[in-house]
Design a binder for this molecule. Structure first.
Ligand code: SF4
Length: 468
C-alpha cells in the first residue's frame, strides 16, 4: 500500500530521530511540562553550574534572580512556574519531587529558603522569581533567565534557558548531547516503514533496538523503566478517581472523575459504560495534573490524561495482557517522536493540537498495535486521531490547566479509541492521508497560529468565558 502523494515531496528530509523513551515519558509534577517540569530542571541545572564556579566568584555571591518570559510569564502564575523554578533552585528534580512540595512553597511567598553553593550560603524566595515581558526576542516562547548576583545586584554568572515542551530544556548555545546513534535511523513515518520493511522487525522491536543503541541500556533495564512509567500512569488514574473537592486556583473547578466513574458503571448499555469509564479515567489524571500531582508526560503534562486513560481501560476493561500493553506503549512512542521531531508538542509552540492532538494519536497507535495490527494500520489510526485535532488552539482559562484542558483529555481519549476503530475497520490501502502529512500540517498550522492561541490565555475560551 502507498499513500498517493510521494512523501519525499511532502516532507523535507530531516536528520534521524534520537529522542529516547525516557527523555519523552517523564514522571514529574503537573500541571504543565513546559511550565513546571522544564523550569524546575532549569533551576536545578543552574544551581549545579553555579556550584562548579570558582571559590572566588562564589564568595562574592549574595543572591539569585530569575526572570520568566513569554508564556512562562503570561500563564506562569496559574501553572505554578515560580514554585517549580524555586524548587529546582533548592535542589529538587521532577522525578523525586514530593507531590506536596510545590503547593507548600506557594503558601508563603515571602519565606526565604537557604541554599548552599560551596562554602557560600544564600537565601532565595518566590519574590526572586520575576514575571517579565510576554513579548521578547529569544528563539523560544518559554524562556527564563537565571542570574547569580553580588551584593550590588551585578550578575556574576547567568544562563538563558528554554523550556521547549514535554519537560525538555535547552539553553543559549545548547548543542544536542553526545550519545549513541540509532541503529535504524528514521526521521519520518515513511522512513520508519522503510526500516521495518528492510529489517522485518515489528514496530516495538525497532523502537527497542534504537533505544538500546542510543542509551546503552540493556533490554531488562528498559523494560523495568517502562514498567515504572506504566505504574506511574496507573497510580495517577487511581489517585484521581479517589480524590474529590475543588482544584487549586481561582476558577473553583470541581473534581469530577470519581462521580463520573460511579455513574459510568451504573449505565445500562455496555458500550456506554466503557466509553464513560474511559472519560472518568482521563478526568482522573488530568485533575491530578491540575492539582500539581505526579503524572507522566505523554507527550506533555497538559495532555497527560489521554494515554493513561487508554492504558488503564486496555488493562482493566479490555483485558489486554501486560506484554501487549508494553509493546503498545513502545509503538506509541514512535508517533510522539515523529510529532516532536517534525512539528512540536508544546502548546506554546503549536497550540493544543501538539498536546492533546499528539496524545490522542499516540493513544490510537498504542491501542491499535497492542491489538496486533500491522504498522500501516497503526499509522492510519494515529493519523486519524491527529488529523481531527489539527488547528486546535491552546487557551487555558485563567492560565490554569483546567478549562478546557481536563475535558479535552477525555475527548482526546475517546477520539483515539474511535480512530483505532476506523483504522482497523477500513481497507488500509484506501487510507488517503499519511501520518507525515498530518504532522507536517500540524507544524505549519502551529507556525501560522496567532500567539494569543499558544498558552498565553490571551484568546479563545480564556477570553470569551471571562467576558460572557
Ligand atoms: S489547552 Fe491544551 S495545550 Fe493548552 S494548556 Fe490546556 S491541554 Fe495544554
Amino acid at each position: 500500500m502507498s499513500h498517493p502523494l510521494p512523501a519525499e515531496v511532502l516532507v523535507p528530509r530531516r536528520p534521524p530521530i534520537e529522542t529516547t523513551l525516557f527523555d519523552f515519558f517523564k514522571i514529574g509534577p503537573g500541571p504543565s511540562s513546559s511550565h513546571t517540569i522544564g523550569p524546575m530542571k532549569a533551576g536545578s541545572d543552574f544551581m549545579a553550574r553555579c556550584a562548579a564556579l570558582s571559590g572566588d566568584v562564589l564568595r562574592r555571591a549574595e543572591g539569585l534572580h530569575v526572570t520568566l518570559f513569554g508564556s512562562l510569564s503570561a500563564t506562569g502564575k496559574g501553572h505554578g512556574t515560580d514554585s517549580a523554578v524555586l524548587a529546582g533552585l533548592l535542589g529538587s528534580s521532577p522525578e523525586s519531587c514530593a507531590p506536596e512540595l510545590l503547593p507548600s512553597l506557594l503558601r508563603d511567598p515571602e519565606a526565604r529558603h537557604s541554599v548552599r553553593l560551596g562554602d557560600t550560603w544564600l537565601t532565595v524566595s518566590l519574590t526572586d522569581i520575576e514575571f517579565g515581558p510576554v513579548q521578547h526576542e529569544a528563539p523560544f516562547s518559554n524562556t527564563l533567565q537565571c542570574s547569580l548576583r553580588d551584593a550590588a545586584g551585578q550578575e556574576l554568572f547567568g544562563m538563558e534557558y528554554y523550556s521547549v515542551g514535554g519537560g525538555f530544556i535547552q539553553w543559549k548555545g545548547w548543542t544536542p548531547p553526545e550519545r549513541g546513534r540509532p541503529v535504524h535511523p528514521y526521521g519520518t513515518m515513511r522512513e520508519l516503514h522503510q526500516c521495518l520493511d528492510e529489517t522485518g522487525l515489528t514496530l516495538h522491536e525497532l523502537i527497542l533496538e534504537n533505544e538500546t543503541a542510543i542509551t546503552g541500556m540493556s533490554r531488562p533495564s528498559i523494560f523495568a523503566c517502562l514498567d515504572d512509567i506504566m505504574d506511574a500512569m496507573y497510580d495517577s488514574v487511581r489517585r484521581g478517581l479517589r480524590s474529590s473537592g475543588r482544584l487549586p486556583g481561582t476558577l473553583g473547578v470541581w473534581r469530577k472523575a470519581g462521580a463520573l466513574l460511579d455513574r459510568a458503571v451504573a449505565l445500562p448499555f455496555m458500550v456506554d459504560r466503557f466509553l464513560a469509564k474511559l472519560n472518568a479515567y482521563a478526568f482522573a489524571v488530568a485533575e491530578e495534573n491540575a492539582a500539581g500531582g505526579v503524572i507522566v508526560t505523554a507527550p506533555t503534562c497538559g495532555a497527560a490524561g489521554v494515554m493513561p486513560a487508554l492504558l488503564y481501560a486496555m488493562r482493566q476493561d479490555l483485558n489486554i495482557g501486560e506484554r501487549a500493553l508494553r509493546e503498545g506503549l513502545l509503538a506509541s512512542a514512535a508517533v510522539g517522536f515523529l510529532a516532536k521531531h517534525n512539528a512540536g508538542i508544546a502548546g506554546a509552540e503549536v497550540g493544543c493540537q501538539g498536546e492533546v492532538g499528539v496524545a490522542s494519536a499516540m493513544g490510537a497507535a498504542m491501542l491499535t498495535h497492542a491489538r496486533g495490527n500491522a504498522a500501516r494500520v497503526v499509522e492510519n489510526a494515529a493519523e486519524v486521531a491527529l488529523e481531527h485535532h489539527l488547528g486546535l488552539t491552546c487557551d487555558p482559562v485563567g492560565g490554569y490547566v483546567q478549562v478546557p484542558c481536563i475535558e479535552r483529555n477525555a475527548v482526546g481519549a475517546i477520539k483515539a479509541y474511535n480512530a483505532s476503530l476506523l483504522a482497523t475497520c477500513e481497507e488500509q490501502e484506501h487510507h488517503l492521508v499519511s501520518l507525515d502529512a498530518a504532522i507536517m500540517a500540524m507544524g505549519e498550522t502551529g507556525r501560522e497560529m496567532n500567539v494569543k492561541f499558544k498558552e498565553t490565555s490571551a484568546g479563545g475560551l480564556a477570553v470569551s468565558l471571562v467576558e460572557c
